[in-house]
Design a protein. Structure first.
Length: 442
């Protein structure tokens, strides 16, 4: 989502006369786009800002700005107390950036921050996209789920969905420009709903006619699949409490929708899930997994897992390990819990799991996931799969890399193929995280 937002900001800045540079030391304006979901990310941002401020001593007129969730959360603390930035812009205030830059330049006022809009989706802005192969398209912004550990609802605001017409038009325009793949984005794409406008709290007032004629995520997904039938479609992220059988059936009927689901579980313990306010139980999550395996037997599934959450006991941790053994995720993102200021957990729950125990449990989860990832990736060996060439391999200029439908990375020798081509690749071998193959000759 931050990558997509950065493309929107670049578009706005180019309209205002700025041009991007690959060398930050040449910049007149430096923006750092931030995430606030984990403490480590915030520490990395502050370290980067200190480097920028050393450069600013040599270039006093250079403007340093902060975008995104961390900007929205910390606001004036970074601006006035730590004096690391000249400009703070939250996720729903990007249209104001040119105006705010002028305020900084004129020294009239720099302490300007904005609260989250209940309507802003940036639907009318054309992001600057440079790779020409794949593109992100935001379909929703914000989140209403209020997980007790998460800062996103406070930094990105309430859920609001984008007009489906504008989404489909953007997809069609990208196809005309030879883009081969799109990823539909949202904090929770499965909660997408379009009644014709308004925030989610107003949806309950909608008439029966509006409810009958509404467009949910499943319908939107099928509309897009039909509008650009030769374009690959991915989406992220899904909340297990909102994913429907209808979405799975639509994926099964449309071959251009990739067979990969990112389905964060966070914990395998119902007790911990309740403390997290995740709105589903272990049993319900596993029931969803069984439905996915039945309807989409070739689908890959990835996860988010937080270990060491407030009050987590050894049995809760063992529940997570046993759930992983049942699901056998293809890959995942695993973290030790870190308290985020302003969340329900920070205010009401005691962070009582020691760092030593968190590290031990996280190590066990990571080791198990590595084992499962290797088991799952081996199932592709010996098969012929369609791979989108996304770039040159980082390890060899003589090899391409791309992803298959299940989002596994595939590396293969270059032939007459080009960046952006969809090619048939015979998978001959694999490492723990990468498939190795060769392009089949036509």
């Amino acid at each position: 989502m931050n990558f997509s937002d950065s493309e929107i900001v670049i578009s706005l800045l180019k309209e205002d006369g700025f041009e991007p540079t690959n060398n930050f030391e040449e910049a007149d304006l430096l923006f750092i786009n931030t995430c606030s979901i984990r403490e480590k990310a915030e520490k990395n941002v502050k370290n980067r800002l200190k480097i920028f401020n050393i450069l600013k001593k040599k270039k006093p007129k250079m403007i340093i700005g902060m975008l995104g969730c961390m900007a929205e959360r910390l606001k004036l603390k970074l601006l006035e107390e730590e004096k690391l930035v000249d400009l703070i812009v939250g996720p729903d205030s990007y249209r104001d950036i040119p105006y705010l830059i002028k305020l900084v330049e004129s020294k009239n006022a720099i302490n300007v921050t904005f609260s989250n809009s209940k309507e802003e989706t940036y639907a009318d802005i054309k992001p600057v996209r440079e790779n020409g192969v794949s593109a992100f398209i935001s379909i929703t912004r914000g989140c209403d789920n209020m997980c007790s550990f998460c800062i996103v609802p406070f930094s990105r605001g309430r859920e609001r969905s984008r007009d489906p017409k504008s989404i489909i038009e953007e997809c069609e325009e990208l196809w005309k420009k030879s883009f081969q793949e799109i990823t539909l984005l949202g904090q929770n794409v499965d909660s997408y709903i379009w009644y014709g406008g308004g925030v989610k709290k107003d949806f309950h007032k909608a008439s029966n006619l509006k409810k009958y004629t509404s467009i949910n995520f499943a319908k939107l997904l099928e509309f897009i699949a039909k509008a650009v039938p030769s374009m690959r479609i991915r989406f992220s992220t899904s909340n297990p409490c909102d994913m429907s059988e209808e979405v799975l059936e639509i994926i099964s009927r449309n071959t251009n929708i990739c067979q990969h689901l990112h389905l964060p579980v966070q914990s395998g313990s119902t007790r911990v899930l309740q403390r997290m306010n995740r709105k589903y139980t272990r049993v319900e999550y596993l029931s969803l997994i069984r439905m996915i395996r039945k309807i989409l037997p070739d689908c890959s599934i990835s996860n988010d897992i937080i270990t060491g959450f407030c009050g987590e006991r050894d049995q809760d941790h063992n529940d997570t390990l046993s759930l992983m053994e049942y699901v056998k995720y293809d890959f995942g993102y695993m973290f030790a819990y870190s308290s985020r200021s302003g969340t329900f957990a920070e205010k009401n729950l005691k962070d009582d799991v020691t760092e030593k125990i968190k590290k031990r449990r996280l190590s066990e989860i990571i080791d198990l996931q590595r084992k499962h990832s290797y088991e799952r990736i081996q199932r592709h060996v010996g098969k012929v799969q369609e791979v989108l060439i996304e770039g040159e391999s980082k390890k060899s200029k003589f090899h391409w890399y791309g992803r298959n439908s299940q989002s596994a990375v595939v590396v293969f020798p270059k032939d007459n193929s080009h960046l952006g081509d969809l090619v048939k690749v015979k998978i001959n071998d694999c490492t723990a995280a990468t498939l190795i193959g060769e392009v089949l000759k036509h």
